[in-house]
Design a protein around this ligand. Structure first.
Ligand code: NAP
Length: 282
């Protein structure tokens, strides 16, 4: 049976390390990292993500402020909130929970965030720095995936990886990060043909689609590493994009859903907030 990479366990360990670092920095700077999360509307999934982020911040000894605005907020008013947070020297990280309502241009809002406080790593300059291999704030989910891979010392050099999904927040950045560590990367999407053959040739499969059973055991070669990013609800139960039960015996390593990439995303957000705080306080 393949080894399960538990994001839950790894998160516990890293969040404790973050908490200890926050304590140390509190003595040094007489301040703690402060994350401001802006939420527009009442989407239950977004609300629960924001709550989970808030809880994790507080547990790590950080300060968290949620700014909740109604769906009717204008783009101008939202941009003003971001500007105020940029100017507020007591705030070290800014996150605008996506998606935003249709009348607001998401790009304009992301572009308005001060890149030194861009804990999501979505600002185009941070994205550009990441693509250039320069020092950048990495987006939380891909960063969490890399931390999971590193935690098991999985060799990436010379390995063939396939990323299923080409979103800006998962697919594209994880492809860059794997390539930076010398994997040979292929990106698949909804128009890809012969996905099964492509997966069967891959040493690493990252599934970020949002569709259960996108990866089944007949698509996986023996010893492959399986990273399941997908979050789906089937009959009231959470599952990923990969057929975990039937793949786990074939894989060398596999991430579960729940308890895999999900907790690592929040853990990476804490690390990014800490990183922004340290840079801003220096
Ligand atoms: P997204 O923006 O909806 O992108 C989905 C991607 O999947 C698209 O590139 C799409 O192709 C591709 N796709 C759709 N059907 C496909 C198929 N049959 N075969 C191959 N590719 C297909 O999604 P996302 O934001 O990256 O999220 C993906 C999943 O990860 C979702 O379930 C999301 O909830 C989850 N997620 C989890 C975390 C976490 O922390 N655990 C974080 C982020 C996302 P096209 O580009 O051609 O449309």
């Amino acid at each position: 049976m393949g080894e399960i990479i538990s994001g839950k366990e790894l998160s516990k360990q890293i969040r404790e390390e973050v908490r200890l670092q926050v304590e140390e920095l509190k003595c040094k700077y007489k301040a703690v990292p402060h994350l401001a999360v802006v939420l527009v509307g009442e989407d239950p999934a977004s609300q629960s993500y924001v709550k989970a982020k808030e809880r994790a911040c507080i547990k790590a000894g950080m300060k968290s402020t949620a700014i909740i605005k109604p769906l009717t907020i204008t783009e101008e008013a939202l941009l003003n909130i971001v500007k105020d947070l940029n100017d507020d020297t007591t705030v070290h990280g800014i996150l605008v929970q996506l998606p935003l309502p249709k009348h607001i241009d998401e790009n304009k809002v992301i572009d308005a965030i001060d890149i030194t406080k861009d804990v999501d790593g979505f600002h185009p300059l941070n994205v550009a720095y990441m693509h250039l291999g320069r020092d950048a704030i990495l987006p939380a989910t891909p960063k969490g995936i890399m931390t999971m891979i590193h935690s098991k010392n999985i060799e990436l050099k010379g390995k063939d990886a396939i990323i299923i999904g080409r979103s800006n927040i998962v697919g594209k950045p994880i492809a860059m990060l794997l390539m930076k560590e010398h994997a040979t990367v292929q990106i698949a999407h909804s128009r890809t043909v012969n996905l099964k053959e492509k997966c069967l040739r891959s040493d690493i499969i990252v599934a970020a689609v949002g569709r259960p059973n996108t990866v089944t055991s007949d698509m996986v070669k023996d010893g492959a590493v399986i990273i399941d990013v997908g979050v789906n609800r089937v009959d009231g139960k959470l599952c990923g994009d990969c057929d975990f039960e039937n793949i786990k015996d074939k894989a060398s390593y596999i991430t579960p859903v729940p308890g895999g990439v999900g907790p690592m995303t929040i853990t990476s957000l804490l690390q990014n907030t800490l990183e922004c705080f340290e840079r801003l306080m220096k």
